[in-house]
Write a protein that binds this ligand. Sequence first.
Ligand code: PMP
Length: 285
Amino acid sequence: YDDRDGKIWMDGTLVDWRDANVHILTHAMHYASSVFEGERAYNGKIFKSREHSERLLVSGKLIDMDIPWTVDQIEAAKEETLKANGLTDAYVRAVAWRGAGEDMGVASAKNPVRLAVAVWEWGAYYGDAKMKGAKLDIAQWKRPSPETIPTAAKAAGLYMICTISKHAAEAKGCSDALFMDYRGYVAEATGANVFFVKDGEVHTPIPDAILNGITRQTIIAMLKEKGVVVHERHIMPEEMADFEQCFLTGTAAEVTPVGQIGDYTFEVGALTRDVSESYERLVRA
Ligand code: PMP
């Protein structure tokens, strides 16, 4: 991704894609002092754009990092970056981090907090899984307790076990890994939330140790509008034997049907297809 044409917004100015570099003593690279957003623009408009900018600032606060930009400024930066790259349908990555500076220890109050926005074309996150249903591995690692790490933040540190788990899943021919949490409850995938369907009703984990995804919230509201009963509750992994359908939600994943998790299998059923199609219409409305 580093050697290409295009513009990236960094700390208030557009720089050439190839020159969007940071110093090796960037605090974030050593200590994971970084938060980010993943967003998608459809027909020139970023879906739930303000919600993402707001979450970025909240994530910063949760890791004791004040991002020196307002929601309006971040909104403008995203617009400017999309325009500069001539893109109307794109993935949008905003990232804020503690840069290089006076401090190279764990504490970093004197280093600048930096912000960048990059955009690029990104198709279906799980390839052709939209039709057949994705195959998921069960991760060896557990989503940590909110007493261990601020789990509500979309922070780089929380993704270390995501990368390890996704690599292990891919090595087994799966598209992703599903995490249990520190208590053993079903949690989330490495970059998406999970939903299950049984007897026409929907079950999804309580976001008390996982990211309360913006797509997750959108889908719950949509299901309730459709008159579908949604149970937000703690789900034990054994319950997956009784669920009929399963799907993942996320900005990148959108709504992706799941066909298999470990030894549990699911059908790509009518409710999942309906939610997936309704979401596609909504993001372009
Ligand atoms: N969980 C994790 C771990 C994620 O990385 C994401 C993607 N941001 C999600 C859930 C879904 O969040 P959203 O719907 O806000 O993209």
